[in-house]
Design a protein around this ligand. Structure first.
Ligand code: HEM
Length: 503
């Protein structure tokens, strides 16, 4: 074990309290086995709930051990925020994440990068997310929303239940591919072998390998490991294709180099600068990262949002009324109209408070450090439980209820006043916090508002449920998804998006 210094380590992550300091090793935690530690106790698909349960049992800081790693679990929102802010110097993404990512054959991008590589990539990616850039792309986003409407029109006409989360993944992949790469990817109009089906395997495999006690896939690759290798090959080929197409467009039109119209072209231009430290491999890493980071997260949040709104009919009615009032007559709602959808946006924030699709965020201590009152040795993996406080009545009044009003300045809720807006905002951190906060957050909110506005404008929702009518279960596959949600729709008589408008 690393020696813990006698003096408090250099950095204190919480206001100094006149209290006894604790050593990491003295923290409570569930008993484990020799060698395996707690690894065999972890139920990966439900791990976030298991960790939340343990945090109630063992307190806001407890420890776990898995082979080769010591974990510190933290759930107090102030301590979590302090850890997230102390990046990149105090905490990095876990080394194991990058190791598994590279072993899978994926090029390194912003999400897994650390150190100087992360700093350079972050600057480059943030430039691509600037609002003017998103504004230029917005008409294409509307086109993707129209394709979603057309797909769901067909399902409604055939009386079919919509497999909610997979369909929403098509929507998010098409949106990101267009915005980030200028590529006309259309998974919504086909049911065939599309890039999204390959992408879907990567996050679950990454998650599984991160927590597996032994790297069995190296010794005995299973059938699904072989499928995965094939899928990664396909996705890498698609990404190389995006880059080749973008290079061809840049070569044909010098004006594009001066003002690159999408993230990919901006990245290529930046990489081509002398001494940029960037190359096509890093560009490919970020194409892949955007596809992965922007797909499940937004699709899962949208699926949870539709489910929670359906379960709370008064919120669904208010959101529908807002959409009908503001965009009821628009085939192509404008960005300004999107900005006015305050209630729909509040529904998104409230969904992310109750169902954060990233309920666990992980960082690795780069040096000996204080976390709260605990001395944490370098190398410990600090695992933040993002939801415990934001669903606790101690921090958010009537915390279990779905009350979008709490996010509005003039709240008007049955149980909570406008002051709750502030507490909820401070405590709920669905996009993370600090220097590594999600760069896609504004885009994600826009995408979600556009999808919800399209659904509520064009359809009446007649059900959002599971096949056996039981509550939708949360399942972790790197991002937290609802299991088996289906939605049934009835097209409104005056549905604006006709098949003809799409083709
Ligand atoms: C509802 C949708 C989304 C949610 C809830 C979400 C959530 C998150 C969270 C929790 C993180 C980690 C932040 C941290 O470590 O503090 C993250 C990072 C990231 N997200 Fe998102 N995200 C969403 C959508 C998107 C979209 C649409 C994109 C891009 C197209 C995107 C790109 C990224 C990237 C590149 C990172 C890594 C940033 C870094 O490490 O510097 N995300 N996201």
């Amino acid at each position: 074990m690393q020696k813990i210094p006698d003096q408090p380590p250099t950095k204190t992550l919480q206001a100094a309290q006149p209290q006894a300091l604790r050593a990491y090793e003295d923290l409570p935690g569930p008993r484990g086995l020799p060698f395996f530690g707690n690894a065999l106790q972890l139920d990966l698909p439900r791990m976030h709930q298991q960790l939340e349960q343990w945090s109630h049992e063992f307190g806001p800081m407890f420890k776990l051990k898995v082979p080769g790693r010591r974990l510190l679990l933290v759930s107090n929102h102030e301590t979590v925020a302090a850890v997230l802010r102390d990046r990149p110097d105090g905490f990095s993404r876990p080394r194991k994440l990058e190791e598994i990512w590279v072993e899978l054959g994926l090029p390194v991008g912003l999400f897994v990068a650390n150190g100087d590589v992360w700093k350079r990539q972050r600057r480059m990616v943030m430039a691509g997310f600037d609002p003017t850039h998103v504004k230029n792309y917005y008409p294409a986003m509307v086109g993707v929303a129209q394709r979603l409407s057309a797909r769901w029109c067909r399902a409604a006409a055939a009386g079919q239940a919509i497999d909610l989360q997979p369909d929403l993944m098509r929507y998010t992949v098409d949106t990101i591919a267009g915005l980030a790469f200028g590529a006309g990817v259309d998974t919504l109009s086909s049911d065939g072998d599309v890039i999204q089906q390959h992408l879907d395997q990567i996050f679950p495999a990454l998650y599984d390998r991160l927590y597996k006690p032994l790297p069995v896939w190296r010794w005995l690759p299973s059938k699904s490991d072989k499928h995965l290798a094939h899928s990664i090959k396909q996705v890498n080929l698609a990404v190389d294709g995006f880059i080749a197409q973008a290079r061809a467009r840049l070569a044909l039109d010098a004006a594009r180099r001066a003002e690159p119209p999408n993230l990919l072209e901006a990245m290529i231009v930046a990489a081509d600068e002398p001494a940029s430290g960037m190359d096509d491999q890093q560009v490919a890493g970020n194409v892949m990262t955007m596809l992965l980071a922007g797909e499940d997260t937004t699709a899962n949040t949208l699926a949870w949002m539709l489910y929670l709104m359906w379960q709370n009919p008064s919120t669904l009615a208010k959101a529908t009324a807002e959409v009908q009032r503001l965009v009821g007559d628009s085939t192509s709602p404008t960005l300004e109209q999107m900005a006015q959808l305050e209630y729909v946006e509040a529904c998104a924030h409230e969904t992310m408070r109750l169902k954060p699709v990233a309920p666990i965020l992980v960082g690795q201590a780069m040096r000996d450090v204080m976390v709260g009152d605990v001395r944490v040795p370098k190398g410990v993996v600090v695992t933040a439980l993002m939801r415990r406080d934001s669903v606790s009545d101690a921090h958010v009044p009537n915390a279990a209820a779905f009350e979008p009003e709490r996010w509005l300045a003039n709240g008007d809720t049955a149980t909570s006043a406008a002051t709750t807006a502030n507490s909820a905002k401070r405590i709920s951190m669905p996009f993370g916090a600090g220097p590594r906060i999600c760069p896609g957050r504004y885009l994600a909110l826009l995408e979600m508002k556009l999808a919800i506005a399209t659904v509520l404008r064009d359809f009446d929702i007649t059900s959002v449920d599971t096949a056996d009518g039981s509550p939708a279960q949360e399942v972790m596959k790197f991002a937290m998804a609802p299991e088996g949600l289906r939605m049934r729709l009835r097209a409104k008589a005056q549905t604006k998006t006709s098949e003809a408008a799409i083709h």
